[in-house]
Write a protein that binds this ligand. Structure first.
Ligand code: 4AD
Ligand code: MG
Length: 440
């Protein structure tokens, strides 16, 4: 692509322009000077390249003086001869002839060894770090892969409303919004609207902002996150879990294809990911999961209790791929998950599933077949203290040509954190929102 003659750092490091006069532009990543020399490293979106100034080689001596003064993060256009230099990062450097400062930066507040909280307070600046840049590139690959995966399979992108009048995933985590003289809520999921849309488009997906007033401060919960959801008519539980497995395999494959450099920078063991996608991801039931916990971990979980983070992590110690866990007890599941009357279990279980990631990352996907019985759903809504009248539009979807259908939601930040091998979802989103943070 023509970029007014400017060449990106990554492109320069290929080396085929060695010996030529080249131009690049970016921000000063490191700088020091000594006598008649200034040693800089220039950063752009593609990487970093060393640029060395020797006073006697400069076409404009004022630019040498500017370079000496310019602090880290000053923006700059650089012109010079590209030469091989084994001591430089990437093996090449620019021997500078022109060095035009576009903006002299103030003293940059971020230096080495600052706390994670300080870096989050300064996220608007920390975004420039190589670490955040790498994570954001991986995130871009992940969401791009999701679009590609579903479009390749004939799914339509469908856009739900973000302001919604009801809950779907429990009233306790709703964010209330003042809406003129009424109140409404921020979307917890697209699901109720997606279920209306499958009667026309049949197979749909989205990647959308999602909001939950989660009071739990964990490395896995955000108040604003992105969920990639799918919903399909005529689809039953088992097929739905297969789509989820394929989607996750496809995402990993794409990241391995496109983001080797970023994974390496983050210290991610890519072998683990490569081996993982060669294997089938197993499916077990909740009841089998409890058995594994008891027999192989000596951990007793009372049948009927939802799996908590510690049980999920313990269970996943026995697996090196993602695992689909189906048929959780109906009592702890959302109102729309139907009871599986044929299941062999100690109590009523739902046609639902979670996908758990290995390496301690836990739940990345939640999904289910959808109940088609209005009466059943009303019963469970009332149990949750909801007024079924508010769900009349949703019940209409069961009144006019109801079909079996299923769907699931994948937590984008959890998947990005896991694939990147980072330990907190707060770093998998550019500007995290948590109970104690809505800035910057
Ligand atoms: O399991 P959940 O609550 O499922 C649903 O919302 C369904 N309505 C989806 C559907 O069937 N269409 O959420 C789905 C996923 C979780 O597995 C998790 O990865 C992510 O969304 N998630 C969160 N990620 C970050 N912070 C939070 N507070 C999250 N809550 C859920
Ligand atoms: Mg869930």
């Amino acid at each position: 692509m023509l970029e007014l003659g400017f060449t990106k750092a990554e492109r320069l490091l290929k080396g085929d322009k060695a010996g030529q006069r080249v131009k690049t532009r970016g921000w000063i990543y490191r700088t020091r000077h000594k006598g008649k020399m200034v040693f800089t490293v220039i950063r752009d979106s593609s990487g970093i390249i060393q640029a060395t100034l020797f006073r006697g080689d400069m076409e404009d001596e004022n630019e040498f003086e500017d370079a000496k003064k310019a602090l880290v993060e000053s923006s700059v256009e650089v012109e010079g001869i590209l030469v091989k230099e084994p001591r430089a990062p990437g093996g090449y450097e620019i021997q500078v002839r022109r060095f035009r400062i576009v903006n002299f930066a103030d003293v940059f507040p971020i230096t080495k060894d600052q706390s994670e909280e300080f870096l989050r307070d300064n996220r608007h600046l920390w975004l420039r770090s190589r670490r955040m840049t790498a994570i954001m590139k991986i995130r871009s690959t992940v969401t791009g892969a999701i679009h590609e995966f579903f479009r390749n399979r004939g799914y339509y992108e469908f856009t739900p409303p973000i302001l919604q009048p009801t809950q779907c995933e429990g009233g306790a985590t709703l964010f209330e919004v003042k809406y003129f003289d009424m109140k409404t809520y921020l979307s917890q999921t697209w699901q109720l609207y997606a279920e209306a849309a499958i009667f026309s488009l049949e197979k749909i997906y989205d990647v959308a902002p999602t909001f939950r007033a989660e009071k739990s401060r964990t490395p896995r919960h955000l108040c604003e996150f992105w969920m990639a959801e799918m919903e399909a008519a005529w689809m039953e539980l088992e097929e739905c879990t297969e789509v989820a497995k394929e989607e996750v395999g496809f995402i990993i494959k794409k990241v391995l294809e496109k983001n080797r450099k970023e994974l390496e920078l983050l210290g991610r063991d890519t072998k683990v990911l490569e081996e993982m996608i060669k294997k089938d991801f197993p499916t077990i039931t909740y009841t089998e999961a409890l058995k594994i916990l008891k027999e192989r971990s000596g951990m007793e979980v009372e049948w009927g209790k939802d799996l908590r983070t510690i049980e999920e992590s313990e269970l996943m110690k026995h697996f090196d791929t993602p695992v689909v866990v189906t048929h959780y007890p109906k009592e702890v599941m959302a109102f729309y998950k139907p009871i599986d009357k044929e299941a062999d279990a100690p109590g009523p279980v739902a046609k639902c599933f979670d996908m758990l990631a290995p390496e301690g990352y836990g739940e990345i996907i939640g999904g289910s077949e959808r109940d088609t019985s209005i009466e059943e759903m009303k019963k469970y809504l009332e149990k949750d203290g909801e007024d079924p009248k508010n769900y009349e539009f949703y019940f209409d979807t069961r009144r006019y040509g109801s079909v079996p259908h299923s769907g699931y939601g994948l937590g984008v930040e959890r998947v990005v954190a896991w694939i990147s091998g980072i330990d907190n979802v707060k770093d998998a989103i550019p500007f995290p929102r948590t109970p104690s943070r809505i800035r910057p």
